[in-house]
Design a protein around this ligand. Sequence first.
Ligand SMILES: [Zn+2]
Length: 465
Amino acid sequence: MNPFPLRPLLPRLFWLLALALCCAGAFAAPKNIIILFADGAAPTQWELGRYASRVLRNQPFAVTDRVFRDGTLGLLSTHPAGVFITDSAASASALGTGVKVQNGAVSVTPDGGRPRTVMEAAKQAGKRIGLVTTAQIYDASPAAFSVHANSRGEAQAIVDQYLALEPDVLLGGGRDFFLPQAAGGKRNDGKDILAAFAAKGYTILRDPQQLRESKAAKLVGLFSDKYLGLEIDRNPAQEPTVADMTRAALQALTRDAGSRTDKGFVLFAENENTDEAGHKNDIAALIRALWAFDDAVAVALEFQASNPDTLVIVAADHETGGLSATSARNEFGGNTYPVIVGPKEFEKVMRIDASLDSVAARLGARPSPELLDALVARHFPGFTLDADLREAILKQQPLERNFSTSAQIVLSRMISRQTGFYWGTSGHTAEPVAVGAIGPDAHVFRGYADNTEFGKRLLQLIDGR
Ligand SMILES: [Zn+2]
């Protein structure tokens, strides 16, 4: 008699269990991964986008109401090698390789190591890859998820590495380092990299209409010499939205690319405007940037609905601006006139129709009192510029040393005093960032972790481990 009657059954039971789990989706690695990346956005910004969307647009905010609520939610610490506060290059390097680097470095460690990036891993796994951003396409975040540079300022070397890596889709700004100086660009080696991409079979796009009409599977679309404008100032004839670019990238990445077997894709789609608005303490521009980003999240979720083997991730690198919507007094001393942020304050902010950057540019280096008063009356209806702030702009005095741009920050303080949207800095802060994921294997991003854990888990998913 067999004393261990179950033993021969165990391997068979294991495989039956494995098969059942696999069919139930527990082992189903995502075929496609869409990383939606909002530079400078932490939970503070998401809550702003959610509340503003509800009270001003009466519509749900896809980041919080779909991805965070229906998917999994995690928090990531953001400190880089050596200090507490990160820049975009160091944070995107940690997220894109799983390894800490110093501020300014693009996926290069302090001892010169070049850890494998998410996009390099995706290429090795036979996946198609795409980069989308409202910044220059060679900017720190898309670069750190893809290639390597000792400094984020090495734009020409980053573009050269893109040409070698051959992402299937590149959409954003930054035409300057694709063109030689003779053609109006900034390259110092006389090369025309757009022509080099065209010679490799890429379709080159220059405006939103070409983007809408493109039927190509390999795209380079650069819509500005530098970065694309803030959504509040955007010219729709010249620059697409981040949602337009995300939609076009998804179409291109799922077109038959010829002989290769279909292993899916990894797409990185970034809105840099959320960081830019934070640096300038521009609450009106930030709300519109958050909504523009949310439209791109909705595009990704729509794609996922018909391609359920797609993992959608919402991530960010750090908080920018130390934003705090609060209750405040708008007079010295006493308890008079408390300002508490509510629907009225949001409505007042949304009547502002130009970015603080664009108003500061029109003020110029030596603004006249008449010009200043006219611009405030025209673009900030319902706001009045207090005497101390008016004098600071006319004399070009920064409010505090920690605030790097002068007129923008003073105009921002006018908005703060009259609506309750205050800012602590014009730089980055250490607030942990949220990461939301929905789709196959979303659970690996749950909980509190360091930003390097995000990179490690993402690489494991791409490697199929
Ligand atoms: Zn920044």
